[in-house]
Design a binder for this molecule. Structure first.
Ligand code: HEC
Ligand code: HEC
Length: 325
């Protein structure tokens, strides 16, 4: 027996190396998750009450900025009292609790990381550029004037929120936790059934949401249709949508024990993002096509996978091919 092992050792060594490579591959699949939680300390947003801002002008500007994040539509929606530059949604619809909730697209990492080079534009982006992107995509509108009191207030609020985060840090809970990849493609038909159970009662049968009584904005924001985010928005990527809803939807009901399964989250994302919504021409996005995220739903791509597969998966083969290069 021992002699046999001795003579076969190259085969055993080879098997060991193969095993290590597989383990490494599997663990590196999770590196998107690791990237958003480099800093392990829990972030607490500063409080306007516990940590009052002494300078009156500054305090008023930041307070107004917070108000604009929460009630964007009141001021800047289709019936906005200041300007009409967005679709009726509020920043807070996605940046939950005024941009302070863990795993709810909070603003903790913005002040510490911008100006930031982003592959989507191929440029170093200012906070103004990033905020404008959400106006043009997530709120399917137009960028605010950078000198307007409204934009200045939004920026002051975001910067104040992140004031205690060290340069370059991403506090735990910034960004979004992505669900594990499925072996199969995400399935809109399955998603439709789960949507009816978990989402329809608030967001409506046709994803239209529910407007408030004054008709100036939404109680439940729309998920598709003409008043929803457009095809250039972050949520139009399946992994962003699936991650957001797994941590946060149904609204105020998610607990550690009770959340959508990976399959439910991906399938609902596929269903919602296969419905009609405003189209954004995004021909300038991703100037270096090899940097497109694996679930970016528009070609051309630097690999051989179809638009269909980049939109719905299965994503693991795309990821493995990417890592090989
Ligand atoms: C429909 C959802 C949605 C709405 C509404 C929305 N955003 Fe966003 N926003 C996102 C997503 C998703 C991301 C992250 C995108 C990504 O991963 O590329 C993001 C990113 C950002 C970032 C960068 C965050 C970071 O950590 O790098 C800022 C700043 C921002 N949004 C500001 C705003 C402002 C201001 C508004 C309101 C005018 C707004 N957003 C409305 C979905 C939304
Ligand atoms: C109890 C009502 C309720 C249920 C059920 C619910 N949501 Fe929401 N959803 C909300 C509210 C309210 C917001 C906006 C949160 C805010 O502004 O603070 C929201 C925001 C969203 C957003 C971001 C804004 C947008 O319109 O794009 C998405 C995406 C979303 N929900 C998806 C879902 C999905 C998918 C389900 C089912 C798994 C679901 N929600 C179930 C109430 C609900």
């Amino acid at each position: 027996m021992w002699r046999k092992i001795q003579s076969d050792w190259p085969a055993y060594l080879l098997a060991l190396v193969v095993l290590l490579v597989i383990v490494f591959k599997i663990s590196s699949n999770h590196h998107e998750k690791v990237l958003v939680s480099l800093d392990d300390s829990i972030w607490h947003a500063p409080s306007l009450y516990l940590d009052p801002i002494k300078n009156k002008q500054e305090r008023e500007l930041i307070t107004y900025g917070k108000e604009l994040i929460i009630h964007t539509s009141t001021y800047l929606g289709p019936k906005g009292t200041v300007a009409q530059i967005s679709n009726g949604m509020n920043c807070q619809n996605c940046h939950l609790d005024a941009g302070t909730k863990a795993d709810g697209y909070n603003f903790s990492a913005v002040a510490a990381n911008y100006p930031l080079f982003r592959h989507r534009s191929g440029e170093v982006e200012s906070i103004y550029k990033r905020v404008s992107d959400c106006f043009e995509r997530s709120l399917n509108g137009t960028a605010p004037d950078s000198n307007s009191r409204e934009y200045q207030a939004i920026q002051a609020y975001i910067q104040w929120l992140g004031k205690d985060v060290a340069k370059g840090n991403h506090p735990k809970g910034s960004g979004i936790k992505k669900p594990n990849y499925l072996k199969r493609a995400a399935d809109p038909d399955k998603g439709k059934k789960v949507y009816a159970i978990h989402c329809e009662r608030c967001h409506g049968t046709n994803g239209e949401g529910q407007v408030n009584t004054e008709n100036t904005g939404y109680i439940y924001p729309p998920l598709w249709g003409k008043n929803s985010y457009n095809t250039g928005a972050g949520l139009y990527r399946l992994s962003n949508f699936a991650g957001f809803i797994q941590s946060n939807m149904p609204f105020n009901e998610v607990t550690a024990q009770k959340k959508l399964t990976d399959e439910e989250a991906w399938d609902i994302a596929a269903y919602v993002n296969s419905q009609p919504r405003p189209i954004m021409k995004e021909s300038h996005d991703w100037p270096d096509i090899s940097k497109k995220p694996i679930d970016h739903p528009f070609g051309p791509y630097a690999d051989i996978f179809s638009e269909q597969q980049h939109k719905y998966g299965p994503f693991l083969p795309i990821l493995l091919a990417k890592e090989k290069n």
